[in-house]
Design a binder for this molecule. Structure first.
Ligand code: DP6
Length: 327
């Protein structure tokens, strides 16, 4: 196919409850451990891909501004993969809008590459099933494998391209929310890809954390399936703090905690002491996401805002990636 074709897709951000941190195979994005996430309704990426007949450099625009450097190379490498697989030729014009601050540890690469995988493959005339789409999205960014699905998703680490993909975890009636404390939405100092590599290569705590992940995952899956917020929350918090411990022990250390991060974590402890089920998680940035009951969202948001002095947003479980405009 080499005429002009286009497609537009939307995918939502997901936040891992049991984290992915570390690759066994960087080229294929095969992780050390399996992970489990919640897709969020409030934050998403909408991406249009247009392939034109002429050859040339791909053009990538994010939130109205041209993307350059390494982020552009990542998109181009991903488009090359799609072109190779589908036989499509010609350059691509990619136009993406994020409702989430990019590169601030709010997992924008999860929604970004899931939307790109769906839009690009559709624009090439290929209809992938959810498993194949998850595998493809994984090649752009590991966490994107999970944003193909709504609700809760489990990414099986697997051992090769075929066996590493996400699938949904059913949890009827489970309706928790995440209160997101937007501590700092500036671009983070160390990107997660580099931080992850440094942690695997130098942190003496990485292997013990990775070794404990299968137990966390098993307990987490069961807790999600029985809609047990306190069990889900406890595992979420210990798994995330353990992941950050692996980074703090890297050489040199990777530290995403800011003073307001610690204040938000203190507020979460105080909420629990006051009898409110609230549990924190953090990714590759200073923002804190607090898992709680929907009925407690306002109280949690208020407490976190008062402690950390930053804006907050509330997100529930979000939908699967979908096409808005098919070719
Ligand atoms: C801390 O998926 O952004 O958010 O595969 O290198 O693109 P790459 O990494 P990415 O890492 C996400 C790490 C995390 C934890 C998680 O989402 O599981």
């Amino acid at each position: 196919m080499n005429g002009e074709t286009r497609a537009t897709a939307v995918a939502h951000v997901n936040v891992a409850l049991v984290k992915y941190w570390g690759k066994r195979d960087a080229e294929l994005v095969i992780p050390w451990t399996s992970s489990l996430s919640m897709t969020l309704d409030a934050f998403y990426t909408t991406t249009s891909v247009r392939f034109v007949a002429e050859p040339g450099d791909d053009e990538v625009v994010l939130n109205g501004a041209p993307v350059t450097g390494v982020p552009r190379q990542r998109v181009t490498a991903f488009l090359d993969l799609v072109r190779t697989r589908t036989g499509r030729t010609g350059k691509a014009l990619v136009d993406s809008e994020n409702t989430v601050p990019t590169g601030a540890g709010l997992a924008s690469s999860s929604s970004g590459f899931a939307a790109l995988a769906l839009a690009a493959s559709s624009a090439c005339g290929v209809e992938l099933d959810a498993t194949a789409l998850s595998r493809l999205a994984r090649r752009g960014s590991g966490s994107a494998s999970r944003s193909v699905f709504g609700g809760f998703a489990l990414w099986h680490a697997g051992h090769d391209d075929e066996s590493s993909y996400a699938e949904p975890v059913e949890s009827p009636g489970f309706d928790p929310v995440m209160v997101v404390a937007l501590v700092d939405t500036a671009h983070k100092s160390v990107n997660s890809r580099d931080a992850m590599r440094r942690t695997v290569e130098t942190s003496p705590l990485f292997r013990p954390w990775a070794d404990s992940a299968p137990a966390d995952l098993k307990e987490m899956r069961a807790a999600v399936e029985r809609a047990d917020l306190d069990a889900v929350g406890e595992i979420t918090e210990r798994n995330a703090l353990g992941m950050h411990a692996t980074m703090l022990a890297a050489r040199p250390a990777v530290r995403y905690f800011a003073p307001a991060t610690v204040s938000a974590l203190d507020a979460v402890l105080a909420l629990r002491r006051a009898g409110i089920s609230a549990y924190a998680t953090m990714d590759a940035g200073p923002n804190v996401k607090v898992l709680c009951r929907r009925a407690d969202a306002d109280a949690v948001a208020e407490a976190v805002h008062a402690a950390a002095g930053c804006p907050t947003a509330v997100a529930g479980a979000g939908p699967a990636a979908r096409l808005l405009v098919a070719p």
